[in-house]
Design a binder for this molecule. Structure first.
Ligand code: SF4
Length: 322
């Protein structure tokens, strides 16, 4: 029992965003409408708990479309897919539901539109992340990935008159701004998105950590190791000088992290359900926390519509994960 902890501060907003909520609901409704199994290409969202819950309900997660039997129903994950994957899925004749976050689709649409006008692209993002593969895969060529400022010095577009920047939606806002500034310095005529590609949920969760971090001795981020936006929250707190750890569940909390700490900050990535936050709170209470205080913050009201075919009110989402 650690008697130093007096308070837990809960970041606001935290946890599920509208894109994650929608993606999970698509899988749940597809199972309710068509029955198990429903195949999902890649983890629907990057969270172990969510994936395991959906597996228990009848979702089968695959990476290769060749692992999906003919005639099956297939859901694309919230991260989006390349044109090649989309085409292969159509060619194989699957019933497809696209759970790509509409804010990722917006980037895809922008890339397609500008490519028609002759633009080449610099994409700011993390190599190997499925969203980056999906966005870069909207084109067969002419889109170049930069992960940091050093990459900007190396990138070699074929021309510079028609060059546009796009970014992964879940980056560090500050890192992305620094990289975008380096792109601008090297290619002054570069076209930037009217509204930044980093999504509202990523921005809001990072803003909340910026407010919370200086007020606490330790920041705990609930999120899975594969979750880009969760990793960025932990890094941000650390960068602001506050010791910070990311946990996939309360079981990963280590009592020694809390030794000598008075105030604990708690947040969750956009793919981490509130139930996991509650479990962390229970564990920190058991370690001695006396009170839990929700911080003031932006209230998110955004909601994305479900795809056609899954909108029916007569398909109840059984036991929606929250
Ligand atoms: S983090 Fe942003 S881009 Fe990703 S699913 Fe949520 S709202 Fe969409």
């Amino acid at each position: 029992m650690n008697s130093d902890i007096s308070e837990v501060l809960l970041a606001e907003p935290r946890g599920f965003c509208a894109g994650v909520d929608r993606a999970i609901e698509i899988v749940e409704r597809a199972i309710a409408k068509f029955g198990a199994p429903i195949y999902v290409r890649h983890e629907i969202v990057h969270n172990t708990y969510v994936v395991n819950e959906l597996k228990a309900k009848g979702a089968v997660f695959i990476e290769e479309l060749s692992d999906v039997p003919p005639g099956a129903t297939l859901v694309f994950s919230a991260h989006g897919v390349s044109k090649a994957v989309e085409q292969e899925a159509r060619d194989r004749g699957f019933e497809i539901f696209d759970a790509t976050c509409p804010l990722v689709t917006k980037v895809h649409v922008e890339v397609a539109k500008l490519a028609k006008e002759g633009y080449e692209f610099i994409m700011i993002g993390h190599k190997g992340h499925p969203e980056v593969e999906g966005t870069m895969g909207q084109l067969s060529s002419g889109i170049h990935l930069v992960e940091d400022v050093k990459d900007v010095a190396r990138v070699a577009p074929l021309q510079t008159e028609k060059l546009a920047v796009v970014t992964q939606t879940t980056l560090s806002v500050d890192d992305a701004a620094e990289i975008a500034a380096a792109v601008r310095a090297r290619f002054p005529a570069v076209r930037e998105p009217k509204q930044q590609d980093i999504c509202y949920a990523t921005q809001n969760r990072q803003d909340a950590v910026k407010i919370m971090s200086p007020q606490v001795d330790l920041v705990i981020v609930v999120g899975s190791p594969t979750s880009s936006n969760s990793n960025r929250l932990r890094e941000l707190a650390q960068r602001l000088g506050t010791e910070s750890y990311m946990v996939d569940s309360a079981a990963e909390l280590k009592p020694e992290w809390f030794e000598g700490k008075t105030r604990i900050g708690l947040t969750a990535g956009a793919s981490a359900p509130e139930v996991l936050v509650r479990e962390v709170i229970d564990r920190v209470r058991a370690l001695g926390a006396v009170s839990v205080r929700k911080m003031d913050g932006i209230e998110e009201t955004i909601k994305f519509p479900l795809p056609k075919g899954l909108k029916l009110d007569d398909i109840p989402p059984p036991g929606h994960i929250s």
